[in-house]
Design a protein around this ligand. Sequence first.
Ligand SMILES: [Zn+2]
Length: 416
Amino acid sequence: MSVREDRYILLRARKLITCSDIGVIDHPNILIKGDKILDVGKEGEVTVPRNAEIIDLEGQTLLPGLVDAHVHLSGRRSYNPSEYFVVPHDLKVIRAVDDCKKLLLSGFTTVRDMGSRIALSLKRGINEGTIIGPRIIAAGRPISQTGGHGDIHYLPREEVLRRGFLLADGVDDCRRAVREAIRDGSDVIKIMTTGGVGSEKDAPWYPQFTIDEVKVIVEEAHRVGRRVASHAQGAEGIKIAILGGVDSIEHGYFLDDEVIKLMLDYNVYYVPTLCLVEVYKKSLERGYDMPRWRLEKQKMCIDAMPKSFLEAYRAGVKIAAGTDYFGAPMRRHGDNADEVITMVKYGMDVMDAIYAGTRNAAECLGLNNLIGSIEPGKKADIIGLGGDPLKDINELKKVMFVMKDGVIYKNSIVIN
Ligand SMILES: [Zn+2]
């Protein structure tokens, strides 16, 4: 959906968390022209054009649209491997369309999809106005080594390729895989430099790819302006990713002092997907439909995750919020504020956690000139909450107002 360039909207509210250097403004006015923010200030400080539509979000706290730096819009609803066989592709697309709507209406105006071929078309559908959803930065097909985390170990190789994964081995093949992803329309390149929890025959501490393979992937991506994000859980594979030149480390469950120092030296973003620690804990009680091997591996990550997160945070590593939600129970789209909430629960300052879900995530995606804070010149991506998240971070889940690109998608003011 697009908006008329000469249309003015003035938003009034109780409080504004700008996520810019200005900080918090009480009784703010935000003037929007078309899809952009024109002016921000205290009530009375902003000159309001006579034809501006005034929207009074009385009592609400406004902040920039939230950003989830790690999602999968894959339309899956289960942890069970059989879902690959029994759910038709078209049904997964329909579910993913619904997930886009849920994301937007829960205040997420931008997401980075870290692996799903469907997301490439969802992005186009949203941009052309066919469906509603967040702005999507999509990785498309992730690149894994043979037998790596992105390989689906219980399927025949040809089937894995058909389902939207790129398998590459050796320097030349890795270069080809990046070119394939870019041919698909990937905005960002996703690789895997360790095994993982959801892959049957490897483990989070197995290193995958070599430094030379990662280097060529990064070289090929960077020459056409694409960033590289690496799924990396164990320390050895994280080091391979950083020394290879990637831009962000996804998960990073088992950090050590050397890795943290490398993250700082190489100015790498860390997307800890910390909310999964709660998912892993809950799954020990209920199991859901997870295979046993998955439950065993999750159990082994639980203690390390909050520890790694807190050590990296205290050392000053740049942290962005990403949930790794994909639609299964406990990981449903619409609940993505869980990551910021969990960061606070495990010791992050509330404002830093809000930054992780707004301006830091925007910077991690390379969109900080466009989104992530409420200031003149940026896109009008603005959300309104019923209460103040600085007092209770759970307020992030009570989104009453959503504007993306200057278009209002939700406005649930109760008129008495
Ligand atoms: Zn993921």
